[in-house]
Unconditional design. Structure first.
Length: 168
């Protein structure tokens, strides 16, 4: 995933569904304060160990992405690399409401999710399905094609990379 411009990530960053923390740790290595959240404590333990080994300052917290308000924090930027497509239609609306509870007005959300170009991809998402849950409180500033690296496809799978801004 490559986001254009150095301003793609600013301020405090939330990595939603961070897994073992690679994206969060990359952002921390750039000097950003990052909080990674996931429901899998084993993955979070691995992320914390990687952070310590690399001498990076990043926080990793067990949290439910459908209830991010429980973090009691607000973020300037949110990264979702591979979480959005795991939710069904109703959960996506709940997830977006959860994102709104922790994204400051004017803040950006970057979503990398499975696209619908390959019928073999599990949980494919169309552009309309990506746009729909964000509704009127958000502005979808871009959606472009990309790829997600996976364990089940040597060269990754087709994906959407969306940048969405929370309205002021």
């Amino acid at each position: 995933m490559q986001l254009a411009g150095e301003g793609a990530f600013t301020g405090t960053v939330l990595d939603a569904g961070c897994g073992t923390g690679e994206n969060a740790l990359h952002l921390a290595s750039l000097g950003l304060h990052v909080v990674g959240v996931d429901v899998a404590e084993t993955a979070l333990s691995m992320a914390r160990e990687k952070a310590a080994d690399r001498g990076l300052d990043a926080d990793f917290v067990a949290a439910d992405a459908l209830h991010l308000d429980r973090l009691g924090r607000v973020f300037d930027t949110v990264l979702d690399c591979g979480l959005f497509h795991t939710f069904d239609r109703a959960e996506r609306r709940d997830y977006v409401a959860s994102l709104a509870s922790v994204t400051r007005p004017g803040g950006l959300v970057h979503v990398l999710c499975f696209g619908d170009a390959d019928p073999e991809v599990p949980h494919p998402v169309s552009q309309d399905e990506l746009r729909e849950p964000f509704g009127r409180d958000w502005s979808v500033t871009s959606i472009r094609t990309d790829r997600i690296e996976t364990r089940f496809a040597a060269h990754g799978v087709p994906a959407w990379l969306a940048t969405i801004q929370r309205r002021e």
